[in-house]
Design a protein around this ligand. Structure first.
Ligand code: FE
Length: 162
């Protein structure tokens, strides 16, 4: 009997297992803060709930932070996790607050988003899973990334020491 076939089968199984592992890691990494939708509804304003929990998008230009230039930190409106530094905010011309990088590697989680017949990268809060916006690769240096974020997902904390 020739050994080729079992070896090919074994290789195929290993590849499938590796893919499965990757999917699991992406979809099942638990969030530190979890609440029922009823609890989130009580905590958030209707607009915050629509954006953060239902992945809504607020209108461009008529939102709180698109043209805001304060010095400080933008935090998750749902759980307070620090997400972006005002130093990394730039005027993208889109009418949404835009940043070229999150505050730390653990602030924002990137997820595949295949809704509306597009393949995009969704940005969510890494602590509560709240929807923030999307990440595009047409941003400025040094990262070349553009985190296009809904103001409704953010609160602003001003820098105290001048
Ligand atoms: Fe959060």
């Amino acid at each position: 009997m020739n050994l080729k076939r079992p070896l090919v089968l074994l290789a195929a199984c290993l590849m499938l297992a590796a893919c499965d592992e990757k999917t699991k890691e992406e979809t099942e990494m638990p969030y530190e803060i979890t609440k029922t939708e009823a609890e989130w509804k009580k905590l958030l304003t209707p607009e915050q709930y629509r954006v953060l929990r239902e992945k809504g998008t607020e209108p461009s230009f008529s939102n709180q932070y698109h043209d805001f230039k304060g010095q400080g930190t933008y935090v998750c409106a749902a759980c307070g996790l620090p997400l972006f530094d005002s130093e990394t905010k730039f005027d993208s011309g889109t009418g949404w607050p835009s940043y070229y990088q999150p505050l730390t590697e653990k602030s924002v989680r990137a997820k595949d988003d295949r809704s509306f017949f597009m393949v995009r990268t969704e940005a969510v809060c890494n602590r509560c899973g709240g929807h923030l916006g999307h990440v595009f690769d047409d941003g400025p240096k040094p990262t070349g990334l553009r985190y296009c974020i809904n103001s409704a997902s953010l609160d602003f904390v001003e820098k105290k020491d001048k």
